[in-house]
Structures are given as C-alpha cells and as structure tokens.
Design a protein around this ligand. Structure first.
Ligand code: GLA
Length: 395
C-alpha cells in the first residue's frame, strides 16, 4: 500500500478521550459528509484509545466494550464505509495501551487479522508500556509486517513520538506516517512548541511516510480532553497553515458536530488543503536558514536586529505545477518586519523571474520586486501568511 498524500480525517482523542461510543462515531461520520468535510478531503474516522474491554476473549482476541460499541466494530466500519469514508482504530506496541487497555505486544498477528476482519483501514499504533528489552524499531516492524500480511490495506500510523530516533528507522517498518511530536494540547504554547520543534525534521519528511505533528486542535476553543486555553483565530490559522505546509496528516480533533463558523472556515480552506495535499509531496525547506532576512522593529531608527530563526520562520515548498508555497509564521510576541529573498528560494535576479503571490486566507495579491518579497514592517504576532506563488517574468 502506497500513501501518496498526507492522510486526512477525524480522531476521537483530543475532545472525547474515554467518552466514546458508536453513536458519537456514527454521528461524526454523518457530519463529515453533511458539512462538506469529506468533499474537502477528510476521509478517515478514527477511534482512539479506550474502546475495548480490559481483557481479551478466550481466543486471545480484543473485545470492543459492549456498552460503548454494542453492535461490535464491523457494524461501525460498515456504517462508515456506507458514507464513503474510511475507518481507523488504535492499538499499542506495549503490553497495554497508554490508558491501560490490552496492547498488541505478542498479539500483533491476531490483532492485525482481527482489524482486517472488522474492516479497519487505518491503525494508529502507540508506544506506552512496552517491553524495554525489544527496540522500538523491532516493535514497529512486528506490527508493520503483520499488517502487510493481514489481507487488507491498512494504513499504518506509527505513534512513538519520535522516541529512539524514530525518524531514522520508521520507513523500514512500513509506517505511512509517524508521530514526530509529543501530544498536542489546545493552547498557543503547545502549538508553538510543536510547530517550532518540527522545522529540523524536514529531511525525513516525504511521500510514503509523512511526519505526523499530531491531531489538530482548531475549533476546540479550550473544551474537551486536551482543551486548555484554546487559540485565537490567528493562532488556529497559523496552526492549520503550518501543519498543512509541513505535509502533516490533517486529523481534526474537535467535536465536528458542534463546530463554530471560524473552525469550519479554517478546516475547509480548500487552497490551504491543496498545499498539504500537493501530489509532489516535496520536502518543505526553511528559507531563513539560507539567506536570513527577518527583522524586528526597534523604534524609529528601525535598527536591524537578527532574530532567532524560530521566532518567525519562513518556510517554502515547491509544488508539482511549478508554483511555490511560502508560509510566514510569527511565533514571537511582537510584530515583525519580514522580507524574503527570492534568491534563497532559487530565483536570483539573473533568472529574470519574480513571484506573483496570492495569500490563501485573504485572497490578497502581492508582487515581489527587486529580488525581494516585502511583507511589511508590522507582521502581527501569532499570525501567519500562507501564499501560493506563481513564477512570472520580472517587469
Ligand atoms: C498517547 C498518544 C495520544 C493518544 C493517547 C491515548 O498519549 O500520543 O495521541 O492516542 O496515547 O491513550
């Protein structure tokens, strides 16, 4: 099974933790279709931890909690499939899952077979309570080879939070995506921490095995299991833009039955999603690290102070049709002056080319001249811009 684009869907964990059942999952599947999320590309409906009983049955098989899932998992899978969506489930490489339910350690083959029989299309595979005598690499290989032989295409979503240098070996396990962060929380501090931490991992990010920056918190507004302060509209836009530009899977974590208009508009911005789903799936790159031109306003003399590149990274990704996606992410708590050198993007003046850009949240047009894209002297804090840039002849 080859996964060409970052997977998109919805997962129960961020909002519902243990409070899950078939009604919630089926209603959420209905909503994915009704609201247009499915048409926007979201396809996986994923049940996270705390779905089973604490004991396996007499044949060693996992048992769905009959109070939560009275008709069993095949029933839920059939319903989700009838909506044209795909069904995801969760297990763990440990003896037990992070919440203490049976894990798949030494049950990899029977569990892979069970998931296949239930009609599962996606398996998130966690890393709590594992046997420390076996490396993470081997634990993930065990499930990878079991899934590859289970008789069904099941997307393998490795969730070892980057432990034991996951990035170096994870592609060998057959994982189609791998969690490159610890758990997200619904707060600006968490969005910033996770977002900034990922810039150095882009060399491991490519088609077939995407860096997974964890589920989205857009629309949680401080509610639900990982809800803390929530984010402002700017902060949620920055979060969604960065996850999109860095080829992260886009797994919604809010209650989609109860989303506000702002969350809907963010999560269904087709132009931003198109950057994430671009068929080229090229490695994003940090422009600041090459020619670094981000300055901070310092009074009337506008004195030039170089910032930490992580304060306001400029990140780009070449798109399959020749366009360039460019994102500016102001993580700092002050307004910034931002200039981006076209030379650093690969367009020196001598090429005779420049960029015509469309900002994907506002529709504003910009034109780069004199080898520079100037984004103003007061690029607001916690805000971002995400552009799709066309290469054109310089005037
Ligand atoms: C870990 C994972 C989370 C979630 C919980 C479930 O913390 O990283 O995404 O799946 O376990 O217990």
């Amino acid at each position: 099974m080859i996964v060409t684009k970052p997977p998109m869907g919805w997962n129960t964990w961020n909002t519902f933790e243990a409070n899950i059942n078939e009604q919630l999952v089926m209603e959420s599947a209905d909503k994915m279709v009704e609201l247009g999320l499915k048409d926007a590309g979201y396809e996986y409906v994923v049940i996270d931890d705390i779905w089973s009983l604490k004991e396996r049955d007499e044949n060693g098989r996992l048992v769905p909690d009959p109070e939560k899932f009275p008709h069993g998992m095949k029933y839920v899978a059939d319903y989700i499939h009838s909506k044209g969506l795909k069904f995801g489930m969760y297990s763990c490489a440990g003896y037990v899952t992070c919440a203490g339910y049976p894990g798949s350690y030494e049950h990899e083959w029977i569990d892979a077979k069970t998931f296949a029989e239930w009609g599962v299309d996606f398996l998130k595979y966690d890393f709590c309570f594992h046997n420390f005598d076996v490396s993470a690499e081997v634990l993930y290989r065990r499930m990878g080879i079991a899934l590859a032989n289970c008789g069904r295409d099941i997307l393998f979503s490795a969730c070892s939070w980057g432990s034991e240098h996951t990035r170096v070996w994870v592609k060998g396990t057959g994982a189609h995506m791998w969690r490159s962060t610890y758990d997200i929380k619904d707060s600006w501090a968490s969005i910033k921490l996770l977002g900034q931490s990922q810039l150095e991992f882009q060399e491991y990010n490519a088609q077939g095995s995407f860096n997974d920056m964890d589920m989205l918190v857009v629309g949680m507004n401080g509610k639900g299991f990982v809800g803390i302060t929530g984010g402002t509209e700017d902060e949620y836009k920055l979060h969604f833009s960065l996850w999109s530009l860095l080829n992260s899977p886009l797994m919604i974590g809010c209650d989609i039955r109860d989303m506000d208009d702002s969350a809907k508009a963010i999560l269904m911005n087709k132009d931003v999603i198109a950057i994430n789903q671009d068929i080229g799936a090229r490695q994003p790159f940090i422009v600041n690290n090459q020619i670094y031109k981000v300055r901070q306003n310092r009074g009337p003399d506008d004195s030039f102070i170089e910032n930490n590149p992580l304060d306001c990274p400029v990140v780009a990704k070449f798109l399959d049709n020749g366009d360039i996606a460019i994102g500016v992410f102001n993580f700092s708590d002050g307004n910034m002056t931002v200039e981006v050198s076209l030379d650093a993007l690969g367009l020196p003046k001598i090429s005779g080319k420049t960029l015509e850009l469309t900002e994907l949240w506002t529709g504003e047009k910009e034109y780069a001249s004199n080898g520079m894209l100037f984004l103003g002297k007061s690029f607001p804090y916690h805000a971002c811009k995400l552009y799709r840039a066309k290469v054109v002849d310089a005037k």
